[in-house]
Design a protein around this ligand. Sequence first.
Ligand code: FES
Length: 79
Amino acid sequence: MRVTICIGSACHLKGSREIIAQLQTLVKEQHLDDKVDLNGSFCCGDCVNGVCVTVDGQLYSLKPEDTREFFDKEILGRL
Ligand code: FES
């Protein structure tokens, strides 16, 4: 599964770095390093909606405080 987090300037200001750090920790905790491929991307054109994250090409808008729920639902829930 490929998960991409936007690190463009608008998303950076909205906490993309924190989201990446949280996702990295969660992936490690669950021993999913070989299943979940975390990547950064440049602006994906959806700046207004907050941190732009894609899971296998599907687009989500995330806030740092929603990362845990997102991980459980959209990442764990799909594996
Ligand atoms: S900076 Fe992330 S979508 Fe534009």
